[in-house]
Design a protein around this ligand. Structure first.
Ligand code: NAD
Length: 295
């Protein structure tokens, strides 16, 4: 058996086209484009690539992007000053601080300082709280993209058993929260799952994973998920991006995994493009929220 590929790249293009149309309408209504400000601290090569990809995607969608570079030696206070400046700049609708930050900077303090209305990564406790209560303002880009992809491929989550491996604040935890809710921004069929959140201390992980109709791996370990961990016919979503001597690989052993799974995302070309795409959607959403009349 060979799994069907979930074409994140193609779906991203489709969503970006839709976003572009909505951005054009926003510009027609408000006379200016949504604006995303990225803060890049230091010169980590992977972060430079991610930020460049985000800038290019913004340009394609008609969203204005700003890049604020700070030196690798920046302190928490230096980065905070930049975030506060951007919070107070009305023209800026969305702020993203590219992670990871240099060791001396306190990421938690910095992310907490972003205005929740401009928090397009949805990392602020205010936004995380809203997600946990099932009434999100913004959804974190990677889980948001995964739900979009599943929906557009006709893969509903309601009533399904889902195993999420990895409990990061960026991917695993919000993914588990979102799929376990009663409803989603795409309707109840893209929520209402029975979710198991696995992590580094989980016992019998392989057998838990093997029972899942939908398996989402966000671990950061190359080829961690092997065929014995996949239920035959399951939907396998590979979030991992691991740089190895063999090039970029995911958290799922793709070649053997695709023989068991029913659907599988490739790496690259799966979840990655969707993450950038949902950042555009969130920036547009931020601009719309901020342009609403105050009542
Ligand atoms: P993280 O390092 O913050 O968290 C990893 C999680 O994996 C932890 O919760 C940990 O408990 C779990 N884990 C580690 N070892 C484990 C083990 N042996 N068994 C079970 N669980 C284990 O990671 P993250 O930020 O969520 O990123 C995970 C991966 O996804 C990385 O490869 C990252 O590069 C990638 N990523 C991709 C995208 C994308 O757009 N495709 C976005 C974000 C992250």
């Amino acid at each position: 058996m060979s799994a069907k590929l979930l074409d994140g790249k193609g779906i991203s293009k489709e969503i970006q086209k839709e976003t572009k149309v909505k951005v054009e309408q926003f510009i027609a209504d408000h006379g200016q484009p949504p604006v995303l400000a990225a803060v890049l601290v230091g010169d980590d090569p992977a972060s430079q690539v991610y930020v460049r990809n985000k800038e290019r995607a913004c340009a394609r969608a008609g969203i204005e992007s700003q890049l604020h570079r700070l030196p690798a030696t920046s302190t928490t206070e230096d980065i905070l000053a930049k975030v506060i400046e951007l919070n107070e700049t009305p023209k800026v609708n969305g702020i993203l601080v590219q992670l990871p930050l240099p060791e001396q900077a306190d990421s938690r303090v910095i992310l907490d300082a972003i205005d929740p209305q401009k928090d397009v990564d949805a990392f602020h406790p205010h936004n995380v709280g809203l997600i946990s209560q099932g009434r999100p303002q913004f959804l974190p880009c990677t889980p948001h993209g995964i739900v979009q992809m599943l929906k557009r491929c006709g893969l509903e989550t309601t009533g399904k058993s889902v195993c999420v491996i990895g409990r990061s604040d960026i991917v695993g935890k919000p993914m588990a929260m979102m799929l376990g809710q009663k409803n989603s921004n795409l309707g109840p069929e893209m929520a209402n799952a029975t979710v198991t959140l696995c992590h580094s201390r989980t016992q019998n992980l392989a057998s838990i994973a093997q029972q899942a109709d939908i398996l989402i791996a966000a671990i950061g370990r190359p080829n961690f998920v092997t065929p014995d961990m996949i239920k035959p016919g399951a939907v396998v979503v590979d979030v991992g991006i691991n740089r190895t001597d063999q090039g970029l690989v995911g958290d799922v052993d793709f070649d053997s995994g695709k023989e068991v799974a029913g659907f599988i995302t490739p790496v690259p070309g799966g979840v990655g493009p969707l993450t950038v795409t949902m950042l555009l959607e969130n920036t547009l959403m931020a601009a719309m929220i901020q342009s609403k009349p105050i009542v």
